[in-house]
Write a protein that binds this ligand. Structure first.
Ligand code: SF4
Length: 141
C-alpha cells in the first residue's frame, strides 16, 4: 500500500473520494478490483482514516492498468477534469483530511446537478451506484 510520508495516510486524488463511495465491486481487472476491495473496505469500516489528497496518481491508480506513470493516466485529461471539478465543488485542497469527515461534508453539499457535472463523462457513472450513494439514497454496504 502506498502511504504518505507520515506512514499512515492513504494517498487519494480528489475524484476518488467519490469513486470509493460508489464502488460496488466492478473494475478494470482482477488486480485492480482486489486492491480496490481492500482500500474501500478500510475506508468504509474504519472510524478515522487520514487521507492525503493529491492532484496526481494515487493509491488506487497504483494497481490500475491505465496508470502509465507518475501523474500520467491513459485518460489523463478526463481524470484531471474529474479532480478539478471535485475540488472546486467541495472546496478541497491538497492536504490531509480524515476520510470519514470529508465524505460527510461532501454528502451534505452534493446535489444531483453537482454529481452530473463532475461525473457525467465517466463510463462507470451510468452503471454504478455513485450518485445514489453520494446523495444518500442508498447504503454503501
Ligand atoms: S483510470 Fe486513471 S485515474 Fe482512474 S484509477 Fe486508473 S490510473 Fe487512476
Amino acid at each position: 500500500m502506498e502511504l504518505n510520508a507520515d506512514g499512515q495516510s492513504v494517498r487519494l486524488r480528489p475524484h476518488h473520494l467519490l469513486c470509493t463511495q460508489g464502488y460496488s465491486g466492478t473494475g478494470y481487472d482482477d488486480k485492480f478490483k482486489a486492491h480496490m476491495d481492500e482500500i474501500v473496505r478500510r475506508l468504509r469500516t474504519e472510524k478515522r482514516t487520514p487521507v492525503a489528497l493529491v492532484f496526481s496518481t494515487d493509491e488506487l491508480c497504483g494497481a490500475c492498468p491505465n496508470r502509465l506513470g507518475e501523474d500520467h493516466c491513459r485518460t489523463n485529461e478526463k481524470v484531471k477534469a474529474f479532480d478539478r471539478k471535485t475540488a472546486e465543488c467541495f472546496h478541497l485542497k491538497e492536504k490531509t483530511y480524515i476520510y470519514q469527515d470529508v465524505i460527510r461534508k461532501i454528502r451534505q453539499a452534493a446535489t444531483p446537478e453537482i454529481m452530473d457535472y463532475i461525473c457525467g463523462d465517466c463510463s462507470w457513472y451510468p452503471v454504478s451506484a455513485c450518485k445514489e450513494r453520494v446523495l444518500g439514497l442508498s447504503s454503501s454496504e
